[in-house]
Design a protein around this ligand. Sequence first.
Ligand SMILES: [Zn+2]
Length: 203
Amino acid sequence: MLFAASVDAVCGSRMVRHYRGRLHTTDVIVAEVRHRATNPTNKPGVQEAAEEAVRMFIDGAAVAIDELGPGDVWMFESVLQQLRQLEAAQADGPASPQVRAKHGGEASAIVCCLREMDSGARVVFATNDGGASRVAHSRQVHTRHFGHLLNELVCAATYRNEEAFALFERANRITGVPAVARPQGEQDLSCQAAADGCTACVG
Ligand SMILES: [Zn+2]
């Protein structure tokens, strides 16, 4: 999600303004983003988005960085296992070494959401990853992807819906939302408050 919001510097700064004081990430995700920012990948645009995410969200202190404690280890392992099993099941075979090394960031975020919910906070897990969303839902954690967040900015009159959809398409090339969950056009990112109630406005 930090990568998607960092595809465009203006978008990132508008997200920071809109969600000020409400953005959280984890130390595991911060380490992953910093690694991406300093290591070239085959996928165009990823390193640049990671550099922007470090500059704007992490070094800019726009996001609080939560850490897992010793009491979270059991839950972290449990969520991690669930994420890996889901991916292995979708790949229809035993988990590859790459799969086994993955998902630490998502697991840490889900555990931090659960911890906040336990203390009564209202929490939304922002992720574009379909597997992470499914695992989060199975544990009653609400999720939104980048398109949902852009829709909230449309509702707040920060973007017109056609601008938001153009941004979504740009970000989707770097950090893709599963096809079934994607907005199909600018009409899917418009505010419905004037019609029959708007689910995006609720956030
Ligand atoms: Zn709305």
